[in-house]
Every structure is written in C-alpha cells, then in structure tokens.
Design a protein around this ligand. Structure first.
Ligand SMILES: Nc1ncnc2c1ncn2[C@@H]1O[C@H](COP(=O)(O)OP(=O)(O)OC[C@H]2O[C@@H]([n+]3cccc(C(=O)O)c3)[C@H](O)[C@@H]2O)[C@@H](O)[C@H]1O
Ligand SMILES: Nc1ncnc2c1ncn2[C@@H]1O[C@H](COP(=O)(O)OP(=O)(O)OP(=O)(O)O)[C@@H](O)[C@H]1O
Ligand SMILES: [Mg+2]
Length: 281
C-alpha cells in the first residue's frame, strides 16, 4: 500500500469490511450517549433525498426512539431545505418516508440566498458566479439548521464520511458545519450497505450522489465533478490497489483540502507548511 494511503486510511478510520448490524448499534449508541452528556434535546438534519442524509437521518431517528425507551425525551427534526422547488422532490419524499422522523419541517433557503446575491451584486457591480451561489446555498442550509437547533436546544447532525472527507468534497462551514458526524469512518458503498440492511427502498440507497448546488447544471453528479468514481475512492480507503493516477488524484485533493478538516489556522499550527507544496501546484 502507498505510504500516504495508509496515513489517510488511519485518519479517515475506514475499515476494509463492515458488519452493518454492528455499525448501526455503535453509531446509534454514539448519538444517544452524546445527546445525554451534552444536555441537548435531540437532533436536526437536512434531508435532501440523497443517500447520506437518508442514512444519518434514520440513525438519528433510531437514537431518539431508543432514548424514549430509556425514559429520555428527545426530538429529531428532519428538515427539507429546498432552494425553491427541488427537481428531485419525489426522491426527498421517499427519503422522508424511510427516515420516519418524529418531526418534519420545510424551510425554503431561496429567499436568503437571493438576498445575499442581490446585496453582493449591488455592492460589487459584478454577477455572482453559479459556483459561489452554490456554496452559498449550502451555507444557507447550515444557518437554517442552526436556527432550529438554537431555538429547540438540538444538535446539528452532519453527513460527512470518509469518501467526502478525504476529497474535501463539501462546502466549508456549509454542509461541513455541524455538531456531530454519525457517518464518520464509513465510505460511500458502506453507507449503501447499511441502508440496505435497514430496509431502505432501492430508490433511496441507489440514488446517484449529487451536491446539486448549481442552477446551471441541476443534478450534476459528484463523480462528474470529481473526475473519479466513488468505487475508486472507496477501494482506496479500504486499502485496495487503485490505478496510480486515481491514487494521485485522491491524494492531491486530500492535501489541497486539509484546511477544511482543521480549525482555522493560527501561528502555532505547522500542518499547513507540509501542504504548501500541494497548493502551489
Ligand atoms: N489553503 C487554505 N487555507 C485556509 N482556507 C482556505 C484555503 N484555501 C481556500 N480556503 C478557503 O476555503 C474557501 C473554499 O472552500 P469552499 O467554500 O468550501 O469551496 P470549494 O471547496 O471551492 O467548493 C466546494 C466543493 O464542495 C462540493 N460540495 C459542496 C457541498 C456538498 C457536496 C456534496 O458532496 O454533496 C459537495 C462542491 O460541489 C464544490 O466542489 C475559500 O473561499 C477560502 O475562504
Ligand atoms: N435540498 C436539500 N434539502 C435538505 N438538506 C440538504 C439539501 N441539499 C443538501 N442538504 C444537506 O447537505 C448535506 C450534504 O449534501 P450531500 O449531497 O453531500 O449529501 P446527500 O444529498 O445526503 O447524499 P449524496 O452525497 O448521496 O447526494 C446533506 O446530507 C443534507 O443534510
Ligand atoms: Mg446530495
């Protein structure tokens, strides 16, 4: 195995094989233990119709049900956060049906994103790019979730896992902004495996991953943007051999996005000096 691959696998905590039943038990227990210690009253999570939020949402709901069995009152708010009307709203409905959240909410982020865009354009005389608007949508979703969390004393669940963390494929302080990450240590195919174990319908676990942030390319797939497949990223994270150019692409992304997996850099940090060579390439 490549030297950096071993280091990355250690950091991402991905195992070559999983037992879905054990993973569910351990991750639900983690959510329960944390909520008890934090004194929070449960969880909130955006449900997109994608497979990551379907899995994290179902685990949060199972945690809340198990807390009730222990005599602890908690809530799980599954929040739809469309930007206007979502083109794959039916998939989001199917995800909500599978998650069976105690509480459901719909919060349209479009007025907030439009407000930011108008003020940017008024003060800069420039058009906002579709790409930055996309990241603004992800950050507006983060603000909506923290608004609900703040009012109801809930924790914001994040859906980051090995295959997204390693490539830094998330919006910094957008979907990357959360309190607790129940999927960390898994890769994409393991998420699918656990969803199947939990009885998710095919429509949910077979959903093609998309950040779906762009107005001009609705539903663009993650794999299209990344230029590598999740099968390749997953194999790399399971310690298997992948073509050199695939490993190099993953490792380059890993090095370029270290700032996203760290708290803001201070003069006492040194990790960024190791990554400097990657940024200037
Ligand atoms: N070296 C450095 N040290 C410290 N900070 C640094 C930095 N380089 C950039 N930055 C900061 O980071 C910002 C860029 O990061 P960011 O705003 O996140 O933007 P960026 O990484 O360019 O874009 C986000 C990417 O994540 C993808 N995404 C987002 C959301 C969900 C999903 C999904 O999988 O579904 C995927 C999205 O499609 C896009 O490719 C810069 O504007 C700058 O503020
Ligand atoms: N339209 C949306 N409605 C509600 N939440 C959303 C929406 N889009 C994104 N999110 C939130 O942002 C998170 C990150 O998006 P991401 O696309 O990585 O995950 P996903 O859609 O759940 O799964 P997948 O990666 O398979 O598409 C989601 O898990 C969800 O919590
Ligand atoms: Mg998605």
């Amino acid at each position: 195995m490549r030297e950096l691959q071993a280091k990355i696998i250690d950091e991402m905590g991905v195992k070559p094989e999983i037992d879905p039943a054990e993973e569910v038990t351990a991750r639900v227990k983690f959510l329960k233990d944390y909520v008890k210690v934090s004194g929070a009253k449960g969880f909130v999570l955006g449900i997109s119709g994608g497979l990551d939020s379907s899995l994290a949402g179902r685990l949060a709901q199972l945690a809340v049900e198990s807390l009730a069995d222990d005599g602890v009152e908690a809530d799980f708010v599954a929040v739809r956060l469309p930007h206007g009307v979502q083109h794959d709203e039916e998939d989001a409905r199917a995800a909500l049906e599978f998650v069976r959240a105690k509480t459901e909410w719909t919060f349209n982020v479009k007025p907030a994103v439009d407000g930011f865009e108008q003020e940017y354009e008024r003060t800069s005389d420039k058009e906002l790019s579709d790409f930055t608007r996309g990241n603004t949508k992800a950050r507006a979703r983060m603000i909506a979730q923290y608004m609900i969390a703040g009012e109801r004393n809930l924790l914001v669940v994040g859906t980051d896992h090995g295959a997204e963390s390693v490539t830094g494929f998330f919006t910094k302080y957008g979907d990357g902004g959360a309190d607790i990450l129940p999927l960390f240590g898994l890769n994409k195919r393991q998420n699918r495996q656990i969803l199947q174990y939990l009885g998710a319908p095919e429509r949910v676990w077979q959903k093609i991953p998309t950040a779906d942030l762009l107005d001009l390319q609705p539903g663009r797939t993650d794999e299209h943007e990344l230029g590598i497949t999740y099968e390749q990223i997953d194999s790399y994270l399971e310690g298997r051999d992948v073509p050199d150019e695939v490993a190099e692409s993953i490792e380059k992304r890993y090095l370029l996005t270290r700032h996203k997996r760290s708290t803001p850099v201070t003069r006492f940090d040194t990790w960024w000096q190791e990554g400097a060579a990657a940024w200037t390439k």
